[in-house]
Design a protein around this ligand. Structure first.
Ligand SMILES: Nc1ncnc2c1ncn2[C@@H]1O[C@H](COP(=O)(O)OP(=O)(O)OP(=O)(O)O)[C@@H](O)[C@H]1O
Length: 244
């Protein structure tokens, strides 16, 4: 179980201190498929990075499976079974796709068959990619899908994906949603997915809405999704005010 209590995060800029996360509390039981959504800049990525240990909160605590992890490093959290796929994954020049998948799986060398299994789940043909370097020769969508494959290879108990749909074509996206659905149906993994995509939101057990650094809504998909639709159809009150 993931337990987040009163989590706050601030940045110091030229205009002083800005609150990015404001007292966010959230409990996610095991084996749940949870989608975090909300307007751009609402704090979703920051929350995911705080869970992974990539940013340090100013106040609050994060517990995972009963262990206080707020002060732990990324590596220690990874050992506890947490993994995070970046919104914009880094490139690793000099490392081949097969090397990266092997590292993720914690093996000296992952067999071609095993690599193929992970790459197929993100819609890539392994023969075309295993020897490719993780450098700028790969497209943004390819890098994104390979990174998602490395998270699958890691076999974590809490997988956090940050906008997995970003830059991915319609065909690969369809394959990816099937993969997420398969993980959910098999059980044993908590999926925390940041997404703006209706097809991913539709798979969720629960939806969390973050806006302006605050947790605005949380509940079962069937309860929260109609509220989101009503809200977005009503339009943005700020923009309406600007154009008056
Ligand atoms: N290190 C930082 N310095 C300054 N501002 C930051 C920093 N990190 C995040 N922010 C700001 O905090 C806000 C939340 O950012 P975050 O990336 O968490 O939003 P998000 O909900 O993931 O947005 P999107 O849907 O656009 O990906 C944004 O306004 C962002 O510009």
């Amino acid at each position: 179980m993931l337990q987040i209590e009163n989590l706050s995060f601030q940045v110091n800029g030229e205009n002083g201190v800005t609150d990015i996360l404001k007292n966010v509390s959230l409990t996610i039981p095991d084996n749940r498929f949870v989608v975090i959504t909300g307007p751009n800049g609402g704090g979703k990525t920051t929350l995911a990075k705080a869970i992974m240990g990539l940013v340090q909160p100013v106040t609050g605590s994060i517990r995972y499976d009963g262990t206080e992890i707020t002060g732990l490093s990324v590596t220690e959290r990874a050992r506890l079974g947490i993994s995070y796929g970046f919104q914009q994954p880094p490139r690793f020049k000099g490392l081949r796709v097969q090397d990266l998948l092997s590292l993720a799986a914690g093996k000296a060398s992952l067999s071609q068959d095993e690599c193929c299994r992970y790459l197929t789940q993100v819609g890539l043909c392994s023969c075309d990619y295993l020897d490719r370097e993780m450098d700028t020769s790969l497209s943004g969508g390819e890098i994104k899908r390979i990174e998602i494959a490395t998270i699958l290879a890691r076999n974590s108990s809490l997988m956090i994906f940050d906008e997995p749909e970003a830059g991915i074509d319609l065909w690969s996206f369809a394959r990816l949603t099937e993969t997420f659905k398969g993980i959910r149906d098999r059980g044993g993994v908590t999926l925390l997915i940041i997404s703006h995509q209706e097809r991913i939101i539709q798979l969720a057990d629960e939806i969390v809405v973050l806006s302006e650094g605050e947790l605005r809504q949380k509940g079962p998909r069937d309860e929260i999704f109609p509220l989101i639709l009503a809200d977005t159809v009503a339009g943005c009150s700020y923009m309406e005010g600007v154009h008056q």
